[in-house]
Write a protein that binds this ligand. Structure first.
Ligand code: ADP
Ligand code: ZN
Ligand code: ZN
Length: 735
């Protein structure tokens, strides 16, 4: 009797044993197999070939089929996923299957797609002998000659490129000179880089130091923080460190926060190297995603670029991992498997013995701390590269100022001047929609989403109310539900309102709005970015999407309208996030020669954080913030886990809460600090009540031991079955 131990995507934190039927070969560890689980056919991953099992033999079911001869993920990636399952306390089966493209998860064979092709027949060969030296049927002649040249089989595409039409091929086929067939598109590995397709710029001294430092660590685990101000030439550093890697025929994995805003960067890689790239973005359909993934796996692609989940893409010949804008919170998955792509990438680099470069103008405090204590090599770029100069700042005190469309007279005047000089203005307002609330002018009642007990946001394109917490939508009411008054008014300003008011104030200029609503349609983001580059718009309005690394050459003025609320947040990470946003948004100004100017409107111009950022820069702020965190024992000087609870009844939450209090009392000796259970900052969402509990420890091991004990305690508990609970290790967003 042979046994196979598998994991499945079941949300159950355990593995399952199956029998291996006589006639089947032994599957490899990490191979996919098909099994029946309950009544369903499921894809499972082999994790072990045990000699014994605790399950009664007669209860064991057989494996239905083995799907892979070779495992899809190599041994290092297999170990990476096992590590992640342990670290994030999440089910290995779910992690494993999330790491695969959907088609492979569903059990499709891991084959490169086939393409239409034509094959020469014996009749075709003799016909060619007859006509080859004649002027007869020149197109057919050419087609047959091509086939002879290429071992008698050639892709349909290649004929078309050579100017041979479908009609010619059909004629040949009708005469049985050729027959239609299929060709494997799996080429061998990409051809390693011979020479660059463009002359790279000469690096400045700091860039050269960074490139040399990184290149000297080829083939070994070596983490780097590339800490360079916006526009300092970080991307140029990435390009130059890739050169020797690609010349050696190795691959690079590049993680970015958002593909839509990375098009310029991708184009730079294409232009410099002209090598096949696999771009993993959300616009791919399942088949395209699977193809891109396989191209990375088999080294058909030289450069792999993708967002968070691309981290798990296998590479036959890995050479380096780069994480651009490493501070970006999109690298942390905020539901189900709550991993941080940067942290998992570091472990991957360690297992695969690769250099890993984390680049940012505003490094996360965790990353900066690791660099300051010498765990990562700290590479700094302190000057803008090329012709660009650093922008200057101005705090605009808006206390008792008359605002128009949320803009102070000073900012409006500066806009006029900038626009008159033919330059672009960027306005940053992190609130999409028309207005953040609709209320009754007579009784003050706010129109709320009942399921979240939060105000609806009013949208005008098309007119509707939308809850930004649960996404639910409804028609705009004509009357107050409370008093029946028809006098409903909005409060606050969103990007849609800013856009329409500016259209009145600046009728001679074109406005582009960039937020999640305006870019929802496929291709819309690319289009508007193009239009901006071609100067078709002069005023750009955007949410934090605009903060992400994009290069707008003609923007010389940036105004940040309203970020005061973040100055007084209770979240200890709020100041870090505000500082990052501020610096990143500011970094869009003056990137190509013309001096940039950044205006920040605030009611608190004397605020320490703002003063520090403006006068001393992010690096100074960050070191000060780290010192503060150290004094208060906050991450990265301690480790946290957040337990989240959701239930439709408060009573069920209370019942579980009592049990957890009891559990906490037994854990006094563990060196962990278990905070009381609290309402979540958004206490109700989509009809569910939400609570959370923070656990913190000075020692990571203690924290993980406690979490394991907690899971063992919770899993069999009846009270826990009536509540949806989850664990967030290293939480960064407490919402
Ligand atoms: P970052 O990624 O840090 O924002 P980039 O690499 O995009 O910076 O560089 C900003 C601009 O400066 C780009 O237009 C780039 O082509 C240019 N640049 C970068 N390095 C150099 C250099 N060594 N010499 C000349 N121009 C450079
Ligand atoms: Zn009312
Ligand atoms: Zn809601």
């Amino acid at each position: 009797m042979r046994l196979v131990r598998v994991v499945l995507a079941t949300h159950i934190r355990r593995h399952f044993d199956y029998l291996l039927p006589e006639q089947m070969p032994t599957p490899a560890i990490g191979a996919r197999v098909r099994v029946v689980f309950g009544k369903r056919n499921m894809t499972a991953i082999v994790v072990e070939l045990p000699h014994e099992t605790t399950i009664a033999i007669e209860k064991l079911r057989p494996i239905e089929a083995i799907l892979d001869e070779q495992p899809l993920l190599n041994e290092q990636l297999h170990r990476l996923l096992c590590w992640a399952a342990g670290y994030y306390h999440y089910n290995l089966g779910d992690i494993y299957l999330q790491a695969l493209p959907k088609l492979l998860r569903q059990g499709a064979l891991a084959e490169h797609p086939k393409c239409k092709a034509w094959q020469l027949t014996d009749a075709g060969k003799s016909y060619y002998q007859q006509i080859k030296n004649t002027t007869k049927a020149p197109r057919q002649n050419q087609a047959l000659a091509l086939l002879i040249e290429h071992e008698q089989i050639l892709a349909h595409e290649t004929f078309l490129k050579a100017g041979i039409s479908q009609t010619i091929l059909s004629t040949l086929a009708n005469n049985h000179y050729v027959q239609q067939t299929e060709l494997d598109t799996q080429q061998t590995r990409y051809q390693r880089l011979e020479e660059l397709s463009e002359q790279p710029p000469k690096l400045n001294r700091q860039q050269a130091v960074a490139v040399a430092a990184i290149n000297s660590k080829a083939g070994q685990f070596a983490p780097f923080l590339l800490d360079g101000i916006t526009g300092s030439g970080k991307t140029e550093v990435y390009l130059q460190i890739l050169e020797p890697i690609l010349k050696a025929g190795q691959q690079a994995l590049i993680l970015v926060p958002e593909i839509g805003l990375t098009a310029q960067t991708i184009a730079r890689f294409e232009k410099r190297f002209n090598l096949p790239m696999a771009i993993l973005h959300s616009g791919l359909n399942d088949k395209e995603r699977c193809v891109a993934w396989l191209q990375a796996k088999d080294a058909n692609a030289a450069i792999i670029i993708g967002t968070r989940s691309a981290l798990f893409t296998p590479m036959l010949r890995p050479g380096i991992i780069i994480i651009d804008e490493e501070h970006d919170s999109s690298f942390k998955q905020q539901d189900t498997f709550r991993y941080h792509a940067r942290d998992v990438a570091l472990m991957r680099a360690k297992l695969e013995q690769l250099p890993i470069v984390m680049g940012s103008a505003t490094p996360a405090l965790e990353t900066l701390n690791n660099a300051l204590i010498g765990r990562y090599q700290h590479l700094e770029l302190t000057e803008r590269a090329g012709r660009a100069s650093v922008a200057s700042y101005e705090l605009v005190d808006i206390r008792s100022q008359p605002l128009r469309a949320g803009l102070s007279p000073q900012v409006l005047k500066a806009m006029q001047e900038t626009l008159r000089q033919g330059q672009q203005v960027m306005l940053f307002l992190n609130r999409r929609g028309y207005a953040p609330a609709l209320l009754c002018h007579e009784c003050g009642q706010v129109v709320e989403c009942e399921r979240c007990e939060r105000p609806y946001t009013l949208h005008n394109h098309p007119p509707h109310l939308e809850c930004h917490h649960c996404g639910s939508q409804r028609a705009i009411p004509k009357q107050c539900q409370h008093c029946g008054s028809t006098h409903l008014v909005t409060t606050g300003i969103g990007t849609e309102q800013l856009e329409s008011e500016l259209a009145h104030l600046f009728p001679d200029y074109s406005i582009a709005r960039i937020d999640r609503d305006s870019t929802r349609r496929k291709g819309a983001l690319d289009q508007v970015l193009d239009e901006i580059t071609q100067n078709q718009h002069q005023i750009l309005i955007g949410t934090q999407m605009l903060a992400k690394g994009h290069h707008f050459p003609s923007v010389t003025m940036v105004a940040i309208l309203d970020i005061d609320h973040a100055l007084f947040s209770s979240d200890f990470r709020a100041s870090e996030r505000l500082a990052q946003l501020f610096i990143q948004v500011s970094g869009r100004a003056g990137r190509s020669g013309m001096a940039g100017k950044v205006y920040l409107q605030t009611h608190h111009p004397e605020h320490e954080l703002l003063q520090d950022l403006i006068n001393n820069g992010y690096g100074h702020f960050a070191r000060f913030a780290l010192a503060e965190r150290k004094l208060t024992d906050l991450p990265p000087f301690s480790y946290q886990a957040l337990l989240r609870f959701e239930a439709t009844s408060v009573h069920n939450l209370g019942a579980l809460g009592q049990k957890l209090e009891h559990f906490a009392k037994q854990q006094m000796h563990t060196g962990c600090w278990i905070f009381p259970i609290n309402e979540a900052p958004v206490p109700k969402r989509a009809g569910k009540f939400r609570q959370q509990q923070l656990i913190q420890a000075k020692d990571r091991k203690n924290l993980h031991q406690l979490i394991s004990a907690l899971i063992n305690y919770l899993e069999p508990l009846p009270e826990a079955k009536r509540v949806r609970w989850s664990i967030d290790i290293d939480p960064i967003d407490m919402m």
